[in-house]
Ligand binder design. Structure first.
Ligand SMILES: NC(=O)c1ccc[n+]([C@@H]2O[C@H](COP(=O)([O-])OP(=O)(O)OC[C@H]3O[C@@H](n4cnc5c(N)ncnc54)[C@H](O)[C@@H]3O)[C@@H](O)[C@H]2O)c1
Length: 439
């Protein structure tokens, strides 16, 4: 029987407005997916909030409700979308150019997609070198731009009548940067916005505007945005949840499936070489070394953390890990990834595993966007603030408290996510001990 819920969750009443910087392949596949699902033209495959269940109590109790019946989530029908992009294409035109979904499906969704028109973007070519576009905000200081985004947020809420809002970054990957002096405190950051500090990126301007306006903020790309003391401080002050970063959708998803398995059997690793080809706009942006560096860093850490070479020096101390991404236009969004994994077993005898994943980047990412925004809205209504580590399941480089290492093992991440839902609703946490069945 459920105990007392750990938190009070406000009901998911009214519309939920999702605001998205970047209306490219992932965003338009997400929006078109929502519209297709609402019309019965497709199913939300890949989405835990829509198709997942959560076991409650003992196995003998037979209680496994759908997650969306167990915790109050906004229904898809109540979602309204707005966004920003440096290009003027509406979501129908952008989806057509992205070429992820069949033209015949997009034609059936033309009306709702055409209605989603991007607002003017905050953009700086210093942070995304391979792109330039006309739909940008007028000149002004970085603080002026943050104020303009806050105005956009207010206007969007007024025009849609949304009762709650959340923001998720699905725009291009910005160049790699480390936190600078301007990120040390909120005061430094606000001063930096006024003085146009070159270390403040567009994504940080959107995030500042979102959090300052009380919106949860999630980062789907690998660059640094809210992982700074300044924005963490703002999120704490405003009681706002944060999550990130970099959707764990393709090759790293595979990595975090396989690596825990090798470790569970104490099979050693001498090398892991990952490469992939992709030809969408994301691939073009990642062709720039600065943006690639952001991705490389976020993709590289998972193996080290999962395999814990310091605890298993014979098995994992010295493996060679290399990650490549090749921009190859003919392939479009249909990315192909190869992994060559050199492992060793009993008495050190070598073996190999090859993975050839012929995936579709945005088809894998769209359900993650849906789950993340619904869970961020839940977190907000449950009064959770700051880093939402229970959403690590969705990210390649999960945000985490400074005193702990990030959890990358996807099975632990899923258990953590479901235990968080149980905890919220006052259900027993599942330990998988099971001794009671054998008394
Ligand atoms: N499976 C996946 O697709 C996947 C996985 C992990 C991370 N990501 C990340 O998600 C993001 C989106 O991927 P995508 O395939 O849709 O890319 P995309 O290139 O199709 O779309 C990104 C859009 O962002 C716009 N943009 C760039 N800077 C902007 C700014 N400052 N403000 C507003 N708009 C801006 C671009 O014009 C473009 O339309 C990328 O950062 C990508 O690295 C994607």
């Amino acid at each position: 029987m459920p105990g007392k819920p750990a938190v009070q969750i406000a009901p998911a009443e009214g519309k939920l407005g999702i605001l998205i910087p970047g209306m490219g392949a992932v965003t338009t596949t997400f929006i078109a997916g929502l519209e297709a699902i609402k019309r019965g033209l497709g199913r939300p495959i890949g989405s835990l909030t829509q198709l997942g269940t959560v076991r409650l109590g003992k196995r003998t109790e037979g209680r496994s409700p759908a997650i969306r019946d167990f915790v109050p989530l906004a229904p898809i029908e109540n979602i309204v979308i707005g966004g920003w992009d440096i290009f003027e294409d509406n979501a129908y035109e952008a989806a057509t150019k992205a070429g992820v979904l069949e033209p015949a499906l997009l034609e059936q969704l033309k009306e709702p997609l055409s209605a989603v028109k991007p607002m003017q973007a905050v953009f700086d070519r210093e942070f995304v070198k391979r792109l330039d576009g006309p739909n940008v905000k007028p000149k002004g200081s970085k603080m002026d731009h943050a104020e303009m985004v806050m105005d956009d947020i207010r206007r969007f809420q007024a025009s849609t009548g949304a009762s709650r809002l959340a923001m998720i970054w699905c725009a291009s990957t910005e160049v790699f940067r480390q936190p600078a002096a301007v990120h040390a405190t909120l005061k430094d950051f606000e001063c930096g916005l006024q003085k146009n500090d070159p270390e403040i990126s567009p994504s940080q301007i959107y995030a500042y505007a979102a959090v300052k306006s009380g919106l949860p903020y999630a980062n789907g790309a690998p660059h640094m945005t809210t992982d700074t003391p300044a924005l963490l401080e703002l999120a704490r002050n405003r009681n706002v949840p944060l999550a990130g970063k970099d959707f764990k959708s393709g090759q790293t998803f595979m990595k975090t499936l396989i690596a825990p398995g090798l470790k569970s059997r104490l099979l050693g690793l001498s090398g892991w070489f990952s490469t992939n080809i992709l030809g969408n706009r994301d691939g073009e942006v990642l062709d720039d070394p600065g943006s690639f560096r952001s991705k490389e860093v976020s993709k590289s850490s998972a193996l080290e953390y999962i395999l814990q070479g310091h605890l298993y020096p014979d098995l994992y101390r010295e493996f060679y890990h290399k990650v490549r991404i090749e921009y190859y236009p003919p392939r479009g969004d249909a990315k192909e990834g190869w992994d060559n994994i050199d492992i060793f077993g009993w008495l050190g005898y070598p073996m190999q595993i090859k993975i050839n994943f012929l995936c579709r980047d945005s088809i894998l990412a769209a359900p993650l966007v849906l789950d993340i925004v619904l869970f961020m809205d839940l977190a907000q209504r449950a009064g959770l603030r700051g880093i939402q580590e229970w959403l690590s399941f969705y990210f390649k480089a999960p945000m985490h408290a400074p005193e702990v290492y990030p959890e990358h093992d996807i099975f632990i991440q899923l258990m953590k996510l479901k235990n968080t839902l149980r905890w919220m609703q006052g259900e027993d946490l599942i330990t998988h001990l099971g001794q009671e069945y054998y008394d």
